[in-house]
Design a protein around this ligand. Structure first.
Ligand code: F6P
Length: 327
């Protein structure tokens, strides 16, 4: 039987990330360029279950490359984790005559995609869309560069007040279980330390930071803390420092969801555009159950199970860079 994709469905799922719109635009236009129809699915897997679908033409994705968020909306969908939920999603796929899916999101999105692909034999290609950069097999995820820049801008501002008041600031950033945002924004903003889940316990990292004598050469200090409910995040670290050193004037700043918004950087727009084109090319090459990644500036195909399961570690050299430059 001839393998021919006539219609694809595209969706965004999980936490939004700047550059998702650029990816939707690239997927849509590349599909149409290759004579493939595009069905846009709203609200991620939720919309796939309920059938919230609209056919897109090239104009539907005009003027969106510079916009943060996702024009398709997004959701976290517990129902899709069940076999019943996925059966409903498959009914929509059949009814809409969708031959293949492009899903844009993070590990939750790919976990769901993997189940659906296995159960119903549907070709699915994923694009890594998450500010966390926690997917194995890609040097960067769509939205990560923008988020690092957003954090850097915020920390630059916090630095002004920290040095004026000679305070220690604990700045909490997102990242779920990963320290990429914390470590890289700490280097970019010239922070004194980053407390990340990949390196020993948070308390040990705090003790090390204190032991480095951060008050010897400086009167103010900024520590970036990767969000982590177990250690109470930045507040937990601040409380610990106050307990050990009541003489310090300590403040906490939790950056929160501002990290997910904003216009994507040039890097993220280009990455999303390349990956969007690559997703359709991969489907035309009969690839399935893979994530598009970028490694050494080349497009690579990463099987879903590797992208999700294999732990991507932060670069040890960056840990050293931060340590050396913060003396
Ligand atoms: O995965 C992206 C992310 O922004 C994480 O960094 C964060 O832990 C989580 O999503 C927050 O999710 P929500 O917006 O659903 O609270």
């Amino acid at each position: 039987m001839e393998y021919k994709i006539k219609t694809i469905g595209v969706l965004t799922s999980g936490g939004d990330a700047p550059g998702m719109n650029a990816a939707i635009r690239a997927v849509t236009r590349t599909a149409i360029y290759n004579g493939i129809r595009v069905k846009a699915i709203y609200r991620g897997y939720k919309g796939l279950i309920s059938g919230e679908i609209k056919e897109f033409n090239t104009q539907d994705v005009s003027g969106i490359i510079q916009r943060g968020g996702t024009i398709l909306k997004t959701a976290r969908c517990p129902e899709f984790r069940t076999t019943e939920g996925r059966a409903l999603a498959y009914q929509t796929i059949q009814r809409e005559e969708i031959d293949a899916l492009v899903v844009i999101g993070g590990d939750g999105t790919f976990t769901g995609a993997r189940y659906l692909a296995q159960e119903y034999n549907i070709p699915i290609v994923g694009l890594p869309g998450t500010i966390d950069n926690d997917l194995w097999g890609t040097d960067s995820t769509i939205g990560y560069d923008t988020a690092v820049n957003t954090i850097m801008d915020a920390v630059d501002k916090i630095r002004d007040t920290a040095s004026s008041h000679e305070r220690v600031f604990f700045v909490e950033v997102m990242g779920r279980d990963a320290g990429f945002l914390a470590l890289n924004s700490a280097i970019a903003a010239g922070a004194e330390a980053a407390i990340i889940p990949e390196r020993r316990t948070a308390e040990e990292q705090l003790i090390e930071y204190i032991g480095n004598g951060f008050r010897k050469s400086k009167n103010s200090s900024i520590v970036i803390v990767a969000e982590n409910p177990e250690i109470g995040g930045a507040q937990g670290m601040a409380d610990k420092l106050k307990e050990l050193h009541p003489e310090y004037d300590v403040r906490v700043s939790i950056l929160g969801h501002m990290q997910r918004g904003g216009s994507p950087t040039a890097y993220d727009r280009i990455l999303a555009s390349r990956m969007g084109v690559a997703a359709i090319n991969a489907l035309l090459e009969e690839q399935r159950s893979i994530m598009i990644g970028i490694a050494n500036d080349e497009i690579v195909y990463v099987p879903f199970n590797k992208a999700i399961k294999d732990d991507k570690d932060v670069h040890q050299d960056k840990v050293e860079v931060l340590q050396i430059l913060s003396i």
